[in-house]
Design a binder for this molecule. Structure first.
Ligand code: FAD
Length: 287
């Protein structure tokens, strides 16, 4: 491996990258190349999703192992829905043995048709359990929803759920992606007003493909503002036009977030490097 992966320069804005575990040998090889390209931007860490899109624990752990072996800090996403205390205890032991020091602790979602079951109801229960079992062995990230989680009883109930995760021992939060900076600033202000002072890092989804973006956003509750939706539709099959427009929009969002005090950026890479690299260049976070 030839790329210097020393941690982010202290003066730089902390950036992290999210990947999903590939399902094929070709995907594994491609992701290795993607990571090398992205490591040149000296991320603070790289995270690997778990359970989303039917991925397995071995897929997540395998990708995490590779990232650690490349000299990069890795965050393993870790969900508790359907799990027992015993199974979580075993996974925590395995992660510690692998040298993992950072987790993204989540409730997660079961595929439709499965009953919830399990011994954990919410991510706050998981955070509390991890702290009780492992003390400070892990830096714990949790999810935050500036536009409110789709299953929340109300925006206030969702904020309280976020407060519970912070009070249970989370160190930092990463948001669901959004394209409305005001929703983020309001969420952070509301959390601060409820006594939560952990950093809330905006999750950023580059716009490269309108069909995919609209599908994800319907599932996750992330709002695509009407003007963006209409502009994307108007591009039709013009993928170059979509990418250029998306870069303008998302770079503007990132600048606004950073100017307003966001503590860093977490990029949902979708296992691609080009869009994230172009975005960081445009925002002025070059190599
Ligand atoms: P929670 O914080 O437990 O919240 C879930 C719901 O329960 C919310 O509606 C909340 O308002 C409500 N709630 C919480 N506590 C209470 C309470 N005490 N009483 C009543 N209601 C309550 N999914 C994956 O499958 N794999 C991944 O790797 C993954 N990574 C993610 C990374 C990030 C940064 C984000 C933002 C999301 C990620 N997700 C992932 C999606 C996530 O699993 C789903 O959004 C899931 O539905 C909620 O998980 P959570 O940890 O936010 O749950």
């Amino acid at each position: 491996m030839s790329v210097d992966v020393s941690p982010a320069r202290s003066a730089a804005v902390p950036v992290s990258f999210e990947f999903f575990p590939p399902k094929t040998p070709e995907g594994v090889a491609k992701l290795r190349a993607v990571r090398q390209a992205l490591y040149a931007r000296r991320p603070e860490f790289c995270s690997v999703t778990y359970g989303a899109g039917g991925s397995t624990q071995e897929g997540t752990f395998g990708t995490v192992r590779e990232i650690l072996a490349e000299g990069m800090d890795a965050a393993s996403h870790f969900s508790c829905i359907g799990a027992t205390r015993e199974s979580i205890r075993g996974q925590l032991q395995e992660l510690r043995a692998m040298g993992v020091k950072r987790l993204v602790a989540l409730r997660g979602d079961l595929p439709s048709g499965y009953g919830a079951g399990g011994e954990f109801s919410y991510a706050s229960d998981l955070v509390e359990f991890i702290r009780a079992e492992t003390g400070d062995a892990f830096h714990i990230e949790v999810a935050a929803y500036p536009e409110t989680h789709p299953q929340a009883r109300s925006p206030e109930a969702d904020l309280q759920a976020f407060v519970a995760k912070a009070k249970a021992g989370a160190d930092t939060a990463i948001t669901q992606y959004f394209y409305n900076a005001d929703a983020y600033f309001r969420f952070v202000d509301d959390a601060r007003a409820r006594g939560v002072d952990i950093p809330v890092v905006p999750g950023i989804m580059p716009i490269t493909n309108s069909t995919q973006l609209l599908r994800f956003s319907d599932a996750s509750g992330a709002e695509i503002p009407r003007w963006i939706r209409l502009r994307l539709q108007a591009f039709g099959d013009d993928s170059e036009g979509i990418r250029a427009f998306g870069l303008d929009v998302v770079a503007g969002l990132c600048r606004r977030l950073l100017d307003g005090g966001a503590p860093g950026l977490h990029l949902y890479t979708m296992n691609q490097s080009a869009a994230s690299l172009a975005l960081l260049d445009r925002v002025g976070l070059g190599a």
